[in-house]
Design a binder for this molecule. Structure first.
Ligand code: COA
Length: 163
């Protein structure tokens, strides 16, 4: 376990305290964690890939063993290229399970060397997702419980009313 490279993939539009919690847990288990930002997704993200990567890099700046990268292709291809053998996913509630189960089995079919490990974020973050955070920010609500300060600033700026 200790020698392996772990990849934590996601859209991170934007990263929340829930994601940060999962990264911290993964970093306790693995010497090298790659936070992998899916640049092109079907989700039509609010922030560009580069913006999402920059926000995450700001949060983990100076942290040994935590790397942030963007990617466009298949997860299994990236993992193979980086010699990563572990995929990290967060499991918040039963509702996550079916989708995560499907993804884990598909990735295993595509690459038998890749093991998916599920980590459970702190219970105070189990209801969180990025859509809720974007919605609250868009409507001018307080998002300080949900996202780090740099993400809050960018969301505020993004939704600031133009004069
Ligand atoms: N805390 C808070 N929110 C969390 C969370 C946590 N711990 N874990 C997940 N979420 C939220 C995300 O914010 C996101 O919310 P949103 O839908 O409201 O934006 C949602 O849960 C799920 O998103 P995420 O964890 O980012 O995963 P994803 O489903 O967007 O990402 C990829 C999926 C990118 C990993 C997957 O599509 C992929 O691997 N793509 C590459 C192509 C490929 O290889 N495809 C085959 C895969 S089988």
């Amino acid at each position: 376990m200790k020698q392996q490279i772990a990849i934590y993939p996601g859209t991170f539009d934007p990263i929340t305290f829930g994601h940060v919690d999962v990264v911290e847990r993964a970093a306790q288990l693995f010497p090298h964690v790659i936070i992998l930002v899916a640049r092109n997704t079907t989700k039509l993200p609010l922030f560009s890939g580069e913006e999402r990567i920059a926000m995450i890099r700001e949060i983990f700046r100076g942290r040994k063993g935590i790397e942030v990268e963007g990617f466009d292709g298949l997860l299994v291809d990236y993992a193979r290229r980086r010699h990563a053998s572990v995929l990290i996913r967060g499991l918040r509630a039963v509702s996550d399970f079916e989708y995560e189960f499907q993804m884990a089995l598909t990735n295993r079919k595509l690459s038998s060397n890749l093991e998916t490990i599920f980590l459970v974020p702190r219970e105070q973050y189990t209801y969180l997702n990025s859509s809720i955070v974007r919605e609250i920010a868009r409507l001018g609500g307080n998002i300080s419980y949900f996202v780090p300060a740099n993400v809050r600033r960018r969301l505020k700026h993004r939704f600031a009313r133009k004069p």
